[in-house]
Design a protein around this ligand. Structure first.
Ligand SMILES: [Zn+2]
Length: 380
């Protein structure tokens, strides 16, 4: 396992790509500094105009903004309406009631209060929990089916409503270094369908779980390229067009706009920003599993961003990562077990199958233990 020389990403990340020992996210952030965000904003505005021309008639909405009850949504919605001067419809592929937190529901209400039109699409709860358990067993990802439905819902509704411009916030290729989703340029989100979580394992397993309720599968399946082309769908990322797009500044902005955060909970959730996964808690389990699979988790991703912005040194980052990466409190795991109907022992039996034993040691009655030093290349 190798670490990026500049940040703390490892080469075990799916679709990772290193050049001269440096990851693509770090490479991009160097290039980034040479082009100012005002030029990028113009590029984005030109793309928007092209899209509007292509469409001809304008309906009630210019575009769709995919939102959740999280922090980035507030900022994206305001940006699209107030800076880009567009009329957005917000679409939320929502969590089932048992999974969504009160904070998430409050934050969605807050968006409506701020004058936005919001459409919620929620999957059938029983099948959602069955699929969550199958996702965990089959992929070591408790939210794979949930993520599939969140990503698929937005373009699916866009096609149904004939609104052909969609905005997402961050470009995963740049933010975390998933090279499979790299588009024509940094604004282009039409390759989002190649995201690891959407492609890995195909879709047959969903059909298997749903059985005679197969008609429900549409909720989980991302529209294909032909459907996109027929409806002339463009997905654009907003992140590149503004210079202070980051987890930290989005949290600050969102809390000024009335978003509820989770201060002081990093010891429970492992989330050092106190602002991600406000809308549901099971993703914290995934962040822990990711850590056991790849040797890094969400803390590393957050710290990498701060290293690239020059806010923290790699050395300082290592200390924070050691403390919080992989943290996920027992109460979250116990809630998930209740949701999908398994015991906590069964949970750990399944979880331990996903631990990379080259880099972690599994011990009875304990959580897996790290064998490597954070930031130091490791051979098992
Ligand atoms: Zn890097």
């Amino acid at each position: 396992m190798k670490f990026c020389k500049k940040c703390l990403t490892t080469d075990l990340r799916p679709n990772s790509h290193f050049e001269d020992g440096v990851c693509i996210a770090c490479k991009f952030s160097e290039k980034e500094k040479s082009v100012t965000s005002s030029i990028k904003l113009k590029i984005l505005q030109n793309k928007i105009q092209e899209n509007i021309k292509k469409r001809g008639n304008r309906g009630n909405y210019d575009c769709i903004v995919g939102v959740s009850g999280g922090k980035d949504s507030t900022r994206q919605a305001h940006w699209v309406r107030d800076r880009l001067g567009l009329r957005p419809l917000l679409i939320c592929g929502a969590y089932p009631p048992k999974q969504m937190t009160d904070i998430g529901a409050d934050n969605l209400s807050n968006l409506v209060e701020m004058g936005f039109d919001l459409m919620l699409v929620t999957p059938a709860p029983q099948t959602a929990s069955q699929l969550a358990l199958e996702s965990f067993k089959k992929f070591g990802n408790v939210n794979k089916s949930t993520e599939m439905s969140l990503f698929a819902t937005v373009p699916r509704v866009a096609i149904d409503l004939k609104i052909n411009m969609i905005f997402w916030g961050e470009n995963p290729a740049l933010q975390v270094g998933d090279s499979a989703v790299e588009g024509v340029d940094e604004f282009d989100g039409n390759s989002l369908r190649n995201l690891n979580t959407l492609t890995e394992g195909g879709i047959d397993w969903i059909e298997d779980v749903l059985g005679d309720k197969r008609y429900l599968q549409e909720h989980y399946i991302y529209p294909n390229q032909i459907e996109f082309e027929k409806s002339k769908i463009d997905i654009f990322y907003l992140g590149p067009a503004w210079d202070d797009w980051s987890n930290d500044s989005n949290s600050t902005y969102a809390s000024l706009q009335g978003l509820t955060m989770r201060p002081g909970e990093e010891n429970l959730t492992g989330d050092i920003t106190n602002a991600s996964m406000l809308d549901e808690e099971f993703t914290n389990i995934n962040m822990m599993l990711k850590y056991y699979k790849f040797g890094f988790g969400r803390t590393t991703d957050n710290i990498n961003e701060r290293i690239r912005q020059g806010k923290i040194s790699r050395e300082e980052g290592i200390e924070v990562v050691k403390k919080y990466d992989g943290v996920c409190d027992d109460y979250i795991i116990s809630n998930f077990c209740k949701y999908v109907g398994i015991s906590e022992n069964e949970f750990w039996d399944i979880a331990n199958r996903w631990v990379n034993q080259d880099i972690f040691e599994i011990r009875d009655g304990e959580r897996p233990r790290r064998k490597f030093e954070v930031g130091v290349d490791f051979e098992s």
